[in-house]
Design a protein around this ligand. Structure first.
Ligand code: NAP
Length: 243
């Protein structure tokens, strides 16, 4: 199996790369800085004996045909595409700096669509193929914080729904995850009363589900009940919450 992981240098993407390598996948790893990717690739090859190539690119200025060409130079076919990269920012509330705004949309939404687009025709007909996307519980109900991030993640989920419909009779599975809090750089040292998952635990659950049905899942699964509650809160109460 060959997997392409976008956002592989840290957090969940890195944990996914490790989990996939452990299960024998050859890997094509994408993130913005080669200095993060190269030692990871070397380590995975050494420990697991898999072939790992890297591609450094800023997703906010991505040329998807360049990514596709780079992949095709290294591997013949792609089996699993994982879109994991994400970007949040504490200033993503109310009126957002235009440069930050473009970057949030580019990394969290546009880059994902553009990458799926250049691999879609080949993945569509490939037995055992998967397109896997990562969203967030932040997109379940709009609020004043993480507004562009949440909107971009919801847009990405909408696009995945469209692709799932497009591929309904095809062998390729389309899986999308609404993730809860994970102990990564993105989550930082925020305080929360809710449990925070380890990225390794989430990565293992995602890899375990390869071969399973297409669809949308919360990870960890208990977040579905929390988000159901949040969505059911009447507006007069919800608007007063500092969430
Ligand atoms: N952590 C949470 O609590 C949480 C909750 C819900 C959903 N999520 C989602 O889960 C996914 C993984 O998050 P994480 O917590 O693992 O994040 P993270 O630790 O910050 O890692 C983000 C990854 O995305 C890459 N990335 C970000 N911007 C990029 C850019 N412009 N170009 C290329 N690569 C870029 C980063 O690589 P470089 O920075 O090296 O480029 C890194 O590999 C994201 O989609 C996030 O939205 C996270």
């Amino acid at each position: 199996m060959r997997s392409l992981v976008v956002g592989a240098s840290a957090g969940l993407g890195r944990a996914l790369a490790e989990e996939l390598a452990r299960r024998g996948h050859d890997l094509y790893l994408v993130a913005s800085d080669e200095r993060d990717l190269e030692p990871l690739a070397r380590d995975l090859t050494l420990v697991h004996g898999v072939t790992v190539h890297t591609h450094a690119a800023d997703l906010a200025a991505l040329d998807p045909t360049d990514l596709r060409a780079g992949y095709d130079q290294r591997f013949d076919d792609l089996d699993c595409l994982f879109l994991v990269a994400g970007l949040g920012d504490p200033d993503d509330s109310g009126s957002v700096d235009p440069v930050l705004l473009d970057r949030l949309i580019a990394v969290n939404f546009a880059a994902g669509v553009r990458i799926v687009n250049v691999f879609l025709d080949d993945l569509a007909t490939r037995p055992g193929a998967h397109i896997v996307g990562v969203g967030s519980v932040a997109a379940a109900r709009a609020r004043r914080n993480n507004s562009v991030y949440g909107a971009s993640k919801r847009a990405l989920e909408f696009y995945f729904e469209a692709i799932r419909h497009y591929l309904a009779d095809a062998p390729c599975r389309v899986q999308f995850y609404r993730l809860g809090y994970m102990a990564t750089q993105m989550f930082g040292d925020r305080e929360t009363m809710l449990p925070v998952a380890r990225p390794e635990q989430v990565a293992r659950a995602m890899v375990d589900r390869l071969g399973g049905a297409s669809g949308v899942r919360y990870l960890p699964n208990w977040w579905r009940w929390v988000m159901l509650l949040i969505r059911l809160l009447p507006w007069p109460i919800f608007k007063r919450l500092d969430v």
